[in-house]
Design a protein around this ligand. Sequence first.
Ligand SMILES: N[C@@H](CCC(=O)N[C@@H](CS)C(=O)NCC(=O)O)C(=O)O
Length: 228
Amino acid sequence: MAAELLLYGVKGSPFVRKVEVFLAEKGLAFDIEAVMPFPAPDWFVQLNPAKRIPVLRDRSVGTEGPAGTLPDSSVICAYLERKQPSPALYPQDAWSHARALWYEEFADSELAARIGAGIFRPLVLSRLFGREPDLATARKTLSEDLPPHFDYLEREVEGREFLLDGIYSIADIAVASQFVNLLHAGARVDATRWPGLAAYLSRLHARPSFAACIVAERKVLPKVEALD
Ligand SMILES: N[C@@H](CCC(=O)N[C@@H](CS)C(=O)NCC(=O)O)C(=O)O
């Protein structure tokens, strides 16, 4: 029987993974329908004029065309939190809630631009589409563009289990999801330079919700050499 929730997107996207992990943590069943956005098919552009994955369909709202569909991982997660409040994945108090949204935004814009466009795309997507990997861009991103962001996150997670002290939240899901793309590209956060961040990411990626995504994605993504 079809699940009530249907996710449009492909494995390997950090935004699709963010929603998959969120759904898994909520214990919500869902179907996934593969949509590759390079370029997005016409029927999909009717659902999301931004031509980006993921889009969620809630079949209890609509089963055909744009009815019952929501674009954007942040919008989808916010909707799912209201639809299925337990376990809570957004902090309750106003300040912590706003901080969680900031980390989510930081992940979806700042980290995605560097890890996605600067490392994953030049190495993994290039290989997937039969192009030569752009090692120079990936090396520069890892050695010059990302370290200030790693420094920031190292300070934010220092002495904490989660970004919002004691509360596992959308902030952790969004940030850790972007870093899975770094793993898939054969790169790592140097644990000697950023020990807190490296340990935080290892803990999150070991959660069943993340581990299941990582294993499934490794089966479909091209293998790349370790980035030195
Ligand atoms: N803000 C969007 C970003 C989604 C996004 O950029 N998805 C990428 C795949 S990882 C995409 O569909 N790109 C298609 C394109 O750039 O044309 C979200 O959170 O869902």
